[in-house]
Design a protein around this ligand. Sequence first.
Ligand SMILES: [Cu+2]
Length: 126
Amino acid sequence: MSGIEWMVVLAGIAGIAWVNWYFFLSHGPAAQAATGAGGVQEVTIAVQGGYSPAQVRVKRGAPVRLVFDRQETSGCSEEVVIPEFGIRRFLPAFQKTAVEITPTRAGTFDFTCGMSMLRGKLTVED
Ligand SMILES: [Cu+2]
């Protein structure tokens, strides 16, 4: 291959690496939900071009309140879906929407936007 072709290939690889970093790694480490009054584990998740934090850890068997704080009007994030818990919820723009679940089994479960483009993970620990 010529020098130009190599440059195109390398630019392509760099682009793919960046996309993977952006979607999978750029939202920081997992957040442990804080347990408040009544034993409810609560965590606020900012929704703006993604979920922040995008990884949330909770304990099994106690109620969990995920407060989605949607800070944009982009249509992409207007719904949040948590298949494991049968949840599909509309998130009004610039409002906080609480989703309450009680995880009964340990594991790592996805939460996504309505089109599965924005992704987060809920890890339930024993
Ligand atoms: Cu979307």
